[in-house]
Design a binder for this molecule. Sequence first.
Ligand SMILES: Cc1cc2nc3c(=O)[nH]c(=O)nc-3n(C[C@H](O)[C@H](O)[C@H](O)COP(=O)(O)OP(=O)(O)OC[C@H]3O[C@@H](n4cnc5c(N)ncnc54)[C@H](O)[C@@H]3O)c2cc1C
Length: 309
Amino acid sequence: MLRRLLLSASRSERMQGVATGTRFTRAIVDRFVAGEHVSDAVGVAADIVASGRVATIDRLGEAVTDSQQAAAARDAYLELLDALTANGLTEGCEVSLKLSSVGQLLADDGEETAFRHAMAICERAQEYGTTVTLDMEDHTTTDSTLSILERLRGHVPSVGVAVQAYLYRTESDCENLAVEGSRVRLCKGAYDESESVAYQSGKEIDLSFVRCLKTLMREESYPMVASHDPRILEIAQALAIHNDRPKGSYELQMLLGVRPEEQQRLADEGERVRVYIPYGEDWYEYMVRRMAEKPGNLGLFLKSMTSKK
Ligand SMILES: Cc1cc2nc3c(=O)[nH]c(=O)nc-3n(C[C@H](O)[C@H](O)[C@H](O)COP(=O)(O)OP(=O)(O)OC[C@H]3O[C@@H](n4cnc5c(N)ncnc54)[C@H](O)[C@@H]3O)c2cc1C
């Protein structure tokens, strides 16, 4: 119930105005978001890479409503990639992209606009020796995202995509995506989806996650296991051993600020651990989804909003 309320708040402009217009300490936002500027993201990524982990950087912002915002998001990603290469970080650092931030939902030709902007970003990433993973947003965008992915991969084969275990369709999507060289990030899913398209209970979602993971681990694809759930992580490691996959032929991914000690422990054990680093001014929707995942974060957030410091 609380999760559902929070996820609907993530789409509420009124709630956004209250949260972002209130004077509050940035402690909780700072835990999950690198900062507002490219230099903040690059600084955090440099620390992550120095610690033996790798990173993916996401520029916050989604569901843009005009073509100028979409072009500005593309340019911001190009600037980010320039900064990564200038700082020698392209080996350990890729970028994550929400297609709705580059125009996917625009009424006129949104899919084509998003494809063109994403292509410019993917080509720049490839030129610099790194790559792009497409985030997955709510289920109404899944077909469009997978179709754009296929077109992008025709030019830049390393482009990856996220899929969400809570959707009924994802087992079948994993079968289709599990081909050689295909980078697939499997996560539970962070949006408010109805039972017409998605499993609702944690147990069903976990079972679907494991079925999808079995497919990805068995085939020639490159699985990226995005979860903080200790049981899922253990199962991923066991499946890798079962399928004779050496460490580095798959990776574990976690969000900035979530279970950092566990991230480091796994990296020290030889696992490839990628940290998802968001940056930018538009942190509201991202933060509300994080609170829906862990209501304890909501308490911290509310406390920081009422703090005088
Ligand atoms: C690298 C990465 C990329 C992702 N990309 C996408 C995407 O493209 N599309 C999408 O829909 N979703 C994405 N997600 C979010 C994902 O779908 C889940 O909502 C989120 O990861 C929580 O699920 P979980 O697997 O960690 O398990 P859960 O069962 O939610 O959590 C397991 C345990 O992890 C810890 N934990 C989990 N989340 C938090 C948190 N926010 N704060 C503090 N502790 C926490 C808690 O201890 C919790 O008990 C991504 C997640 C990661 C890690």
